[in-house]
Design a protein around this ligand. Structure first.
Ligand code: ADP
Length: 613
């Protein structure tokens, strides 16, 4: 009955059920290094709390003993006076317990928060410097998850394990010693019963953890559906897919709901069962203890102390088993975070030669380049590709779609490394040049879909060179034919463009992008289908802007519409991974080769479009 929905939910995250990388303890210790005193103080405070918790049952017991003694007439003096000493001790213990509880929680959370913030910053910095192929391989959601959910999980389990883990462990040991001291008989009885609950609890616990994991994955899945729909709302609307998306989301959400309900059922059964069992244990202790009191082997206060101490043990054991799940989850999350932090890109962001501005000509040359994308190894896009682009010339790269034209631009930007051959700029292998200088200063890159950030037009243009003055920004906008329309906005350069620049037209967006690229005053300009997404009128305006700015720069134009590149100095026709024809428009037409065929095809197409309108 769900066949109306056509979109399948994408594959799960690589790591959601696959293996996590091993945990890097050295990295954890180096992160904790600067906070070691805070951490040690927190640990010490938590031990103090444990030690106090161990003493409390005994003091409670002595209070009870005084009471029964007064009631049975063994103590004749004033009740208030008799109870004073043990009661005051109890008050002091409780007070100290509160103060130290506060201290360790506060200190531990401050260490946890600082470590998490540090991790977040390191992780983001590491993500920013990864190779472009990293972003081909990993989905955005997966990367963002490491920055958010994984760090959150790691932080909370780190805090829990240190605070509750140490405390529970100490309490178990301490209280076990004291109940042994109070009544070895009852302790042995308890020891005989306890292991069974530990075994049952562990089994049940692992089932619950499995339920919880499955529920989490399903929740992530349903979030994925709505995220994708919301961020691609225009496409959803344009295909009238609202009800399908709604149905898909409902299906995923219902499944998540069912899994969570199953988890709730399990937790309920577990809690109910444990309570029943533990209360049975209390009754049993009262029964055995009562007999011991009757035969004068222990006092009422001792029974009280035994009950409280054994309950402390039970609580601590329960906490430890819960903590185990947290520990596993935290280590997994931490390992995933560390994995990305430690990941080194093949091409570092900086380092290498920078050619001084005045001695940069802009001669570009591809020499016998062979390249396949890291995600599709063994399928070369360029094969023994050679092309010379003389300084200051406009070269157009044409060919059928998927032929590798954009790849040529990506390689020149050094988004990817060539497998064989080399690319040179003024006879320097670009692998010897500083990548940040190459991308940030030498090359201006304009593609089909300019991205504007959610800030003012002024800042969007300034993105090209952060230290440019307002006047320089305006000059670049003039050169890009953008000054006119920007000034026609009521807020001018301060107009904030939407999340994706949705409030301005495609042609205007493109001219802002051109201004941004021009602000660098690049010697090399790459125009990758810069006008393909525009209507004829916007294309004409943007083309005018482009014609102005290519002067004096080596320009590589990748164009689908051949009519726009007729004036290029050189036209290179690319097919099967190399250049098959090279020349200017007239000579290539005369040749009647591939270029001529492509031109004929397009002219026929244009004619058909014109007549059908
Ligand atoms: P053109 O610009 O001529 O249309 P491209 O350079 O974009 O061609 O693509 C050339 C080939 O490389 C195509 O087969 C395309 O599917 C593939 N390709 C492009 N980008 C990537 C990528 N990031 N990862 C893997 N393959 C890619």
């Amino acid at each position: 009955k769900n066949k109306a929905s056509t979109r399948l939910v994408g594959s799960k995250d690589e790591n959601s059920d696959g293996k996590d990388p091993p945990f890097d303890w050295k990295k954890l210790f180096s992160l904790l290094g600067p906070h070691i005193w805070h951490l040690l103080a927190a640990i010490a405070a938590s031990f103090v709390v444990a030690a106090l918790n161990i003493q409390i049952p005994q003091v409670l017991g002595s209070v009870v003993n005084v009471m029964t003694a007064v009631m049975s007439g063994k103590i004749v003096e004033n009740f208030a006076l008799a109870i004073q000493a043990p009661a005051m001790k109890l008050v002091k213990l409780y007070l100290a317990q509160s103060v130290f509880t506060f201290a360790y929680i506060y200190m531990l959370s401050s260490v946890g928060e600082r470590v998490a913030a540090q991790l977040k910053k390191e992780l983001f910095a590491s993500i920013l410097r990864q190779d472009i192929s990293f972003f081909d391989k990993h989905r955005t959601g997966e990367i963002v998850n490491r920055l958010t959910t994984d760090i959150q999980d790691f932080k909370s389990s780190f805090k829990l394990c240190i605070s509750q883990g140490l405390r529970s462990f100490t309490q178990i040991v301490g209280c076990a010693a004291s109940i042994m001291f109070i009544s070895p008989q009852m302790t042995v009885g308890m020891l005989l019963v306890m292991p069974s609950i530990v075994v049952v609890g562990t089994i049940f616990g692992s089932v619950l953890r499995k339920f919880s994991r499955e529920a989490q994955i399903q929740i992530a899945q349903s979030t994925c559906v709505c995220e994708e729909a919301i961020s691609n709302m225009r496409t959803v609307r344009a295909f009238a897919m609202e009800s399908q998306e709604q149905e898909l989301f409902a299906r995923e959400t219902d499944l998540a709901c069912k899994l969570n309900e199953r988890l709730g059922l399990g937790i309920g059964l577990f809690q109910g069962g444990t309570n029943f069992f533990l209360n049975g244990l209390v009754l049993g202790t009262l029964w055995v203890g009562g007999k011991l009191i009757a035969s004068n082997q222990i006092e009422a206060g001792d029974l009280m102390a035994f009950l409280v101490a054994s309950q402390t043990i039970q609580r601590s054991v329960a906490q430890l088993s819960l903590l185990f799940g947290h520990l596993v989850r935290g280590l997994g999350a931490g390992a995933r975070v560390f994995e990305y932090i430690e990941l080194e890109p093949n091409v570092p962001l900086t380092g290498g030669k920078k050619i001084p501005y005045h001695s940069l000509f802009g001669d570009v040359s591809f020499e016998n380049v062979t390249f396949s994308y890291p995600t599709r190894e063994g399928q070369p896009v360029l094969k023994d590709f050679s092309l010379k682009v003389p300084a200051g010339k406009v070269i157009a790269i044409v060919g059928s779609s998927g032929g590798g034209k954009s790849t040529i631009a990506s390689l020149l930007e050094r988004f990817y490394e060539v497998d064989e051959g080399r690319i040179t700029l003024d006879d320097f292998d670009i692998r010897k040049l500083d990548p940040s200088w190459l991308r940030g200063r030498a090359i201006g890159f304009i593609n089909q879909e300019p991205v504007l950030f959610a800030t003012s037009i002024m800042e969007n243009i300034r993105y090209g060179r952060p230290n440019a003055t307002d006047l320089e920004v305006i000059a670049a906008a003039r050169l890009a034919n953008a000054d006119g329309f920007i000034n026609s906005f009521p807020l001018g350069y301060n107009t904030v463009v939407g999340e994706r620049g949705a409030t301005i037209s495609g042609g205007q967006k493109q001219r802002i992008a051109i201004a941004r690229a021009l602000l660098k005053n690049p010697s090399i300009l790459i125009l990758d289908e810069a006008t393909s997404a525009l209507d004829t009128e916007s294309e004409r305006i943007v083309q005018e802007a482009l014609d102005q700015v290519v002067h004096g720069r080596t320009t590589i134009v990748i164009a689908h519409r051949l009519s726009t590149i007729r004036n290029a100095d050189i036209i290179a026709v690319v097919a099967n991974g190399h250049v098959v024809e090279l020349g200017d428009d007239i000579s290539l037409r005369r040749k009647r080769g591939l270029y001529w065929t492509l031109v004929q095809q397009q002219e026929r197409q244009e004619l058909e479009d014109a007549t059908s309108n």
